[in-house]
Design a binder for this molecule. Sequence first.
Ligand code: NAD
Ligand code: UDP
Length: 323
Amino acid sequence: MKRILITGGAGFIGSHLCNRLLKEGNEVICLDNYFTGNKRNIITLMDNPYFEVVRHDITTPFFIEVDEIYNLACPASPVHYQYNPIKTTKTSVMGAINMLGLAKRVKARVLQASTSEVYGDPEIHPQPEDYWGNVNPIGPRSCYDEGKRCAETLFMDYHNQNGVDVKIIRIFNTYGPNMNPDDGRVVSNFIVQVLKGDDITIFGNGKQTRSFQYVDDLIEGMLRMMNTPRGFTGPVNLGNKQKFTMLELAENILAITGSTSKIIFKPLPKDDPRQRQPDTTLAKDQLNGWEARIPLKEGLARTIDYFETFLSTKRTMEPSISH
Ligand code: NAD
Ligand code: UDP
């Protein structure tokens, strides 16, 4: 049994990771400040005596004896990371310093949840790990992109200078149950809009592409990366190779739900990347043949089921003020 700290553990990806690591017989400490995370994501784990929850903000130091740290704390949706951009950079940079300092002190292995956003609006397609990216340092996405890039720098410098056992993964667009309905990212937005009978909001002409990975594939890749031999640091891309336009995504969701919601077009946000697709050759080579396996249609169906239940449960639980 290992003792494992997961920062951002009450968020979308973090909650799946808590669940999986507990199922594998580990002791899990979930740290979160609940900025975008929610207790309901981890409520079913609360009865497990090997699960602990700590309300804490990783911009301040945290002391604990652990074997492994998964550093996920950081808002991931553009809407939320742009709400307080200075805080977003602090979370990535000071959070990385605090977690790396902790890892150094207690000799823990530490994994950084980095992002495909380090490639910015990429000019090389698909993106291999040795591509340095095309990032605007002073735009609305910079707090997130540059914060995550600086965190990668810190991870490599703590590794090279202090021998800290680090792992870096670059996560491409991931979706699934436990996303917040108000998250603001495209998959949850479209699904919630369709389930509520609202219009689907496509930003721009809808021809920009993304590669959507179902969360279970990512969790498998994260665990495999954490368990690679010491010295293999990454970064490693983790994403689904299949790419879709936002129009195709909307059409898939309409087809699965049989909804008649209309598609409407809204302005494209500034610096919105035109294309993104992972080169996953390294992940396949280093992570025992890892590949994202769950097709978009299947992952969407599971996510739609989740939101259907979530929205209907929430409705019946809400006290009615008209009574
Ligand atoms: P999320 O917003 O659901 O989860 C982030 C969690 O971190 C939340 O629970 C939030 O409350 C917590 N948090 C934020 N700031 C914190 C702070 N200062 N101290 C403590 N906790 C804090 O997002 P997610 O999709 O689960 O993303 C998890 C991680 O994976 C993030 O680091 C994100 O950058 C990275 N990532 C996600 C994706 C994706 O597509 N989902 C893609 C690339 C990278
Ligand atoms: N998008 C959209 N409608 C929405 C939300 C997002 O068309 O309601 C677009 C967004 O402009 C981007 C893509 O979907 O081109 C993916 O956006 P998301 O915020 O999910 O993630 P990103 O990859 O941009 O970080």
